[in-house]
Ligand binder design. Structure first.
Ligand code: NDP
Length: 294
């Protein structure tokens, strides 16, 4: 784990699954931690670990120069922080709530008007991964100095990656990474549905699926990046035409098995468009250009 300045006080607003994990990690690293949650009873377990529960949002904000916020949506964040502009002035807010790049930019604009340093963050971890080497937090914003100041405290949660001075950058990277995850997860969901329809126990199939998905990702991610950045989509791996020809077999197999093909069916239209446009010999990277609205 990176080192952390354990004396820096910090406040955490929002003690859901993630906020509670963040507060617990800060306490474990020795930070004096003030916590606030809309449903006050959730402060109990953290108080038992040494946190100071605050009665009001304003009290929590007043307790530390660094305020970490982790609520369900950025609408919730806006609604919570708007009445607290006075208390927040001169402090740094690190918002780890999931949201869009434009939402982050809007919050950053609002914060700048109030004299608040705003860092937007994307947590690349589930709560159980917080404070383990596998976790990291993407951060961006116009005040990189504030990020550097509070980086040692954030290090108690996870490694941090600064992705630029556009406040929306962390959300952009976060949602793009999660997009990759959802695509993979949905493929895994569909695979288990198909193989399971024949009574194959999921546990028996799991090692094959894990190995296959891992091997495919290993080569595909950097290979596609190379094709996209060079504009060279011609492939000797697997052409769009051959994928277009194979996809109906998948959809027919789902039908035969009585399994919905709704997760993969949209791929047919995308492949058809790309092949009809004359890109049948290209690789799957070409599909990226067909998703761009221009
Ligand atoms: P939870 O549902 O466990 O917690 C949501 C938190 O938001 C609770 O503290 C809830 O308060 C609070 N909240 C919701 N609406 C309001 C409001 N209007 N005013 C004040 N507080 C409010 O969610 P998580 O902790 O799992 O997730 C929190 C954020 O972290 C989300 O944006 C999520 O996408 C992101 N995230 C979560 C990950 C995960 O694996 N869990 C991974 C990475 C990011 P109350 O207790 O009173 O309901």
């Amino acid at each position: 784990m990176p080192t952390t300045s354990a004396t820096a006080p910090v406040s955490v607003l929002g003690l859901g699954l993630m906020g509670s994990a963040l507060a617990a990690a800060l306490l474990k690293a020795g930070h004096p931690t003030t916590v606030w949650n809309r449903t006050a009873s959730k402060t109990g377990p953290l108080a038992a670990q040494g946190a100071t529960p605050a009665d009001t949002v304003g009290d929590a904000i007043g307790a530390a120069p660094l305020v970490i916020v982790c609520l369900t949506t950025n609408d919730d964040v806006r609604a919570l922080l708007a009445p607290e502009a006075g208390a927040l002035a001169g402090r740094t807010v690190v918002n780890l709530t999931n949201g869009t790049p434009e939402q982050a930019r809007e919050l950053a604009r609002w914060a700048a008007e109030q004299g608040v340093s705003y860092i937007d963050g994307g947590i690349m971890a589930v709560p159980q991964m917080i404070a383990t080497p596998a976790a990291y937090i993407l951060c961006s914003g116009t005040d990189e100095k504030a990020y550097e100041t509070h980086r040692p405290t954030l290090a108690a949660l996870a490694g941090t990656k600064w992705v630029g001075d556009d406040p929306g950058a962390a959300a952009l990277y976060d949602l793009s990474l999660l997009t990759g995850m959802y695509g993979m997860v949905m493929g895994v969901v569909q695979a288990y549905a198909l193989v399971g329809s024949a009574g194959v126990p999921a546990r028996e199939f799991a090692p094959l699926l894990k190995g296959w998905v891992g091997a495919m990702t290993e080569g595909l991610v950097p290979g596609m990046a190379e094709a996209l950045d060079s504009g060279q989509h011609l492939t000797d791996v697997s052409s769009l035409a051959v994928n277009q020809a194979a996809l109906p077999n998948f959809l027919a197999a789902y039908e035969e098995a009585g399994v919905s093909g709704e997760l993969l069916r949209p791929l047919q239209g995308l492949l058809d468009r790309a092949v009809e446009a004359g890109h049948g010999a290209d690789g799957l990277s070409r599909l990226v250009t067909f998703l761009e609205k221009g």
